[in-house]
Structures are given as structure tokens and as C-alpha cells.
Design a protein around this ligand. Structure first.
Ligand code: AMP
Length: 373
């Protein structure tokens, strides 16, 4: 029997919890560092409840780990550097830095020939006005760092929305993007091993509501799969990436009906739009992330059956009503309910598209109140 592999995880939210659930099958051990009450520490490993920069906690995390990874990327750079100096730590600091800053990531995409929406750097109200003059309206103004689930964003529709907006967004560095009238949104989840081997799961089609992911459905043969994978692999190669990375795109339909990808953003970790892979793929994004970080062989990423994932936002539906839906697998993260908070998800499996759609409708009926519809 091989020794249990010991993972240190920076962050202790639901992503850490699902990493630990996948790792349990491999008899792995987990230590989480998270300053708040953690939904994974209680059952799935040891929780170091301390600030990201707490020296004693970082020392303990290093001592308890054979390799370290992240389920949360907004960790101070000096804490990442400290960990990386002492243990194999993936993804590398440079990848976290790039993904943290919308300008850096989009600059990288452009350098690698990956198409992005029209964009401009905004460090002042004058930059904003110049950007609007070039890009036109509508446009989307986003904070360069710390934005997620549509937070730190403002859609500018008319010139009245532009006046004083830089100060309104706290005068932090911003980027302005052209508003893309996309047909739909997709993401590709990809993984790269320590030896540089890459794999990708089928593209997920993602539907957002109020800026938060509502539903992800893997698409068995999307015409843009190869292009999305190639973009993800190029970025991972460039960043000397190890682990799972998510790459989100807008799919734009041109006048002749052909479809094109515009890159939106990367997440340097396992991602909400890949949760369906737990039940729906040969190897889940969580298990392959662990395998990559530990230097183990990567697993197959093929889709097993039509499936979809729906997020539970704000309030849990009645448990037994969900469990009674055929093909439904409930994931309750054990988090306190709060408006707009992701507290669980449901994966639906089905033999064909028609029964999948019926099951999605049954779950959506249970989520109606939670979505405030
Ligand atoms: P983000 O945090 O950049 O992923 O944005 C959250 C969501 O806002 C995206 O998934 C889109 O639905 C929408 N969005 C972001 N940027 C744009 C854009 N340039 N044009 C249209 N919609 C956007």
C-alpha cells in the first residue's frame, strides 16, 4: 500500500470540500487553511482557521503537506511565495497573478493570438471617456481585480452612465470591454500534469442569472471544442501551469451563422461549470486536479451520459423533493443560507436529452423561490 498523499489546500470552501471528497477515494489526507468557518474542515480534513498570512498557520500547512494547491486564488502573493519555497505548490504563483488581474489575463490572451472583446485600460475618468469614444456603448466596466459572480461590474448603456463612474467604482484600476451580444456562453475545463500532459473535458454551456452561474450543461460535440481546448492548452503551457484551469468564452454568431469564440476569463482552479464532471465524466475535475498536483497519471475526461448541473443559490430546496427526482444527485455544501450565496448544487443524469430536459424542469420548479422569480 502506498503512503497516503497529503494535500495542503489554501481555502476551505465548497471547492476544497469537493477536492477532499474526490481525494478520499485515493486515501489522500487534507489540511485546509481558511480564515472563516470552513464547510470542509469539519468532515474532510484538518482546518487551520487563520489568516492567509498567519506565519504559524503557514508553517503548519507546510509541515502537514506533500504538495499545496488553491481552491481560492485571491491569496496574498507573499503567502504563495512562502508556500512555494517550501513545497511543490500548484498552480504556480505566476498563473495566480495573471488570473487575478483582468488586464494581465487579457493581455496574455492577445499575445497568444486568442481573440478577446474590444477593451481598454481605465485608470482615470479621462481614460474611461477615451475608452468609450473608441469602443462605443453599450460597454462593461469591470474592476481589474477581485471581481466575481458579476460583482465589481457596471454596464454602461448611455453617456449619462459614464459621468463620474470612475469615482463611483471607488477609483480602483478598471478595464472597459465592449458589450458582447453573445449567442451563449461556454467554458472548457482543462488539466495539465506536472509532466506537461494536457486533457480537457467537453465544453460546458453556461447560463447565468443575475451574474451568477445557474446551469451548466456539457456538450458532447460542440463545433468550437477544438478551438477552446487549443486556447486553454496554449495558456497553460505559457504559464507552466499544473492542475485544473477553467477558461470561459462568449460564443458569437456571425451574420453567416458561423460561430466564433471570444475569450472572457480564466480561473486558476477547479470551477463551478465543471461540477457535473463528478458524476458525468470518467474522472472528475476534482480528482484530476489532485492527480496533477501530486504528479500522478491523469484520468480520462470523457462524458459518460447526458447531464447538467444546477446551482442552489440562497436557500436549499426541500431535500427529499430533490432526491426523489430520477437521476438527481444533491450536493449540500453545509453553508449558512444567504441571498446570492452558492450553498449547493444538483447534478442531473439522464439517458437522453429529452429526459434530461424534463429533469432540469423538475429541479427548476423546486428552485423557483430561491431564484426570486
Ligand atoms: P465575468 O465576471 O467577467 O465572468 O462576468 C460575469 C458575466 O457577465 C459573464 O459571464 C457574462 O454573462 C457577463 N459579461 C461579462 N463581460 C461581458 C461583456 N463584455 N459583454 C457581455 N456580457 C458580459
Amino acid at each position: 500500500m502506498s503512503q497516503p498523499f497529503r494535500f495542503g489546500i489554501v481555502g476551505g470552501g465548497q471547492l476544497g470540500r469537493m477536492l477532499a471528497q474526490a481525494g478520499a477515494a485515493l486515501n489522500a489526507r487534507f489540511t485546509f487553511l481558511d480564515p472563516s468557518d470552513s464547510p470542509c474542515g469539519r468532515v474532510h480534513g484538518h482546518h487551520l482557521c487563520a489568516d492567509w498570512q498567519d506565519d504559524a498557520a503557514l508553517t503548519q500547512l507546510v509541515a502537514a503537506s506533500d504538495a499545496i494547491t488553491f481552491e481560492f486564488e485571491n491569496v496574498p502573493a507573499d503567502a504563495v511565495a512562502r508556500l512555494a519555497a517550501e513545497r511543490p505548490t500548484f498552480p504556480p504563483a505566476g498563473a495566480l497573478d495573471t488570473a487575478r488581474d483582468r488586464w494581465s489575463e487579457k493581455s496574455l490572451f492577445m499575445r497568444l493570438g486568442i481573440e478577446v472583446p474590444p477593451l481598454a485600460l481605465v485608470d482615470s475618468q479621462a481614460d474611461l471617456e477615451a475608452g468609450v469614444a473608441t469602443i462605443g456603448l453599450p460597454a462593461v466596466l469591470k474592476t481589474r481585480t477581485l471581481g466575481y459572480d458579476g460583482k465589481g461590474q457596471k454596464v454602461l448603456r448611455e453617456m449619462a452612465d459614464v459621468a463620474d463612474t470612475f469615482a463611483e467604482l471607488s477609483s480602483v484600476p478598471l478595464i472597459l470591454e465592449g458589450f458582447i451580444a453573445f449567442d451563449h456562453e461556454v467554458s472548457v475545463i482543462a488539466v495539465r500534469g506536472r509532466d506537461g500532459e494536457t486533457r480537457a473535458w467537453p465544453l460546458s454551456r453556461n447560463e447565468h442569472r443575475s451574474g451568477i452561474l445557474h446551469c451548466s450543461t456539457p456538450l458532447d460535440s460542440h463545433g468550437l471544442q477544438a478551438e477552446a481546448e487549443a486556447a486553454a492548452f496554449k495558456v497553460m503551457h505559457e504559464l507552466d501551469y499544473v492542475g485544473v484551469m477553467a477558461f470561459e468564452f462568449f460564443v458569437v454568431k456571425d451574420a453567416d451563422g458561423s460561430e466564433r469564440l471570444l475569450a472572457n476569463e480564466i480561473a486558476p482552479r477547479v470551477h463551478n461549470s465543471g461540477h457535473w464532471s463528478i458524476e458525468g465524466a470518467v474522472t472528475s475535475q476534482f480528482e484530476n486536479h489532485l492527480r496533477a498536483v501530486a504528479g500522478m497519471p491523469l484520468g480520462e475526461t470523457a462524458l459518460l451520459t447526458p447531464c447538467a448541473m444546477l446551482n442552489i443559490i440562497g436557500r436549499m430546496p426541500e431535500r427529499d423533493a430533490v432526491l426523489a427526482i430520477p437521476g438527481a444527485r444533491l450536493h449540500d455544501y453545509g453553508k449558512a443560507p444567504r441571498a446570492g450565496r452558492k450553498i449547493g448544487h444538483i447534478t442531473l443524469l439522464a439517458a437522453d436529452k429529452a429526459s434530461l430536459d424534463a429533469r432540469i424542469a423538475a429541479v427548476e420548479a423546486l428552485l423557483v423561490n430561491e431564484l426570486g422569480k
